[in-house]
Design a protein around this ligand. Structure first.
Ligand code: GRF
Length: 217
C-alpha cells in the first residue's frame, strides 16, 4: 500500500471522498486514505467510509469553545494519523489562520467553480443568474481566506440554457470526481509544488482546446 497518507474532511454526502477512496484502490495510486474526519456524526459519507474499511473519526465542533480549540483538536488527530495531505471535501467549517498555517501546502480543497470566479456558497445558482456559459471546478491549496489559494487542477463544464442549479451541480460533480484524485496524484508524486503563490507543475502536453459553448454548428 502507498506510504503517502491522506486524510479527508467531510461534513455531508461525501461523494468526493468516495471518489478519492475509489481512486486509492488502484495499485498504482500513490496515496492511501488513512482517515476520514467529520465535524458531524450524521454526515452521510461516514457510512461510506466505514463500508470501505477506512478509519473514521468525529470531532463535533459544538463541543469546543471556539474555532481555534476545535481546529487544534483536529490537528492533534491528523498529526497522530501521520498524514501528509488533508483533503477538504464538502467540509462546511471555516478554518482558523493557525490551522491553515500549520498545514500550509498540505491542505487542499475542491470548489464547484472555475476559481477565482464564484467563491463562496450557492455557486450553481449564482452562475445561472450571471449567465456564464462555462462553469467548472477547481482543486486548490488552502489559504486563510475562503476559496483562495494556489490552483492545482481545474475542469471546465459547459452550461446549458435549460440547466437548473441541480442539473448543473450534477454535471460539475462528475468532473470534481475526476480532478480531485488527479490533484492528489500530482501532489503525492511530487509533481505539483507551490511557488510564488502559484502551483508549478511538471511539464505535460496541453490537451487540445476546442470547447466553445454554444457549439459553432
Ligand atoms: C462539492 O460540490 C464540493 O465542490 C463542495 O462541496 C460539495 C461536496 O459534495 N466543496 P460531496 O460531499 O463531496 O458529495
Amino acid at each position: 500500500m502507498a506510504g503517502f497518507k491522506i486524510a479527508i474532511l467531510i461534513s455531508g454526502r461525501g461523494s468526493n471522498m468516495a471518489a478519492l477512496i475509489e481512486a486509492a484502490k488502484a495499485e498504482d495510486f500513490p496515496a492511501q486514505v488513512a482517515l476520514v474526519l467529520s465535524n458531524r456524526e450524521d454526515a452521510q459519507g461516514l457510512a461510506t467510509a466505514r463500508a470501505a474499511n477506512i478509519p473514521t473519526q468525529v470531532i463535533k465542533h459544538g463541543d469546543f469553545e471556539g474555532r481555534e480549540a476545535f481546529d487544534a483538536a483536529m490537528t492533534e488527530v491528523l498529526a497522530a494519523a501521520d498524514v501528509r495531505l488533508i483533503c477538504l471535501a464538502g467540509f462546511m467549517r471555516l478554518l482558523s489562520p493557525e490551522f491553515c498555517q500549520r498545514w500550509r501546502d498540505s491542505l487542499i480543497n475542491i470548489h464547484p467553480s472555475l476559481l477565482p470566479a464564484f467563491k463562496g456558497l450557492n455557486v450553481h445558482e449564482r452562475m445561472l443568474e450571471t449567465g456564464v456559459r462555462i462553469g467548472g471546478c477547481t482543486v486548490h491549496y488552502v489559504r486563510p481566506a475562503m476559496d483562495e489559494g494556489p490552483i492545482i487542477v481545474q475542469a471546465a463544464v459547459p452550461i446549458a440554457s435549460d440547466d437548473t442549479p441541480d442539473t448543473l451541480a450534477a454535471r460539475i460533480l462528475e468532473q470534481e470526481h475526476r480532478i480531485y484524485p488527479l490533484a492528489v496524484r500530482l501532489i503525492a508524486e511530487g509533481r505539483a509544488r507551490t511557488a510564488g503563490g502559484m502551483v508549478a507543475l511538471d511539464s505535460f502536453e496541453l490537451p487540445e482546446i476546442r470547447l466553445i459553448n454554444p457549439p459553432t454548428q
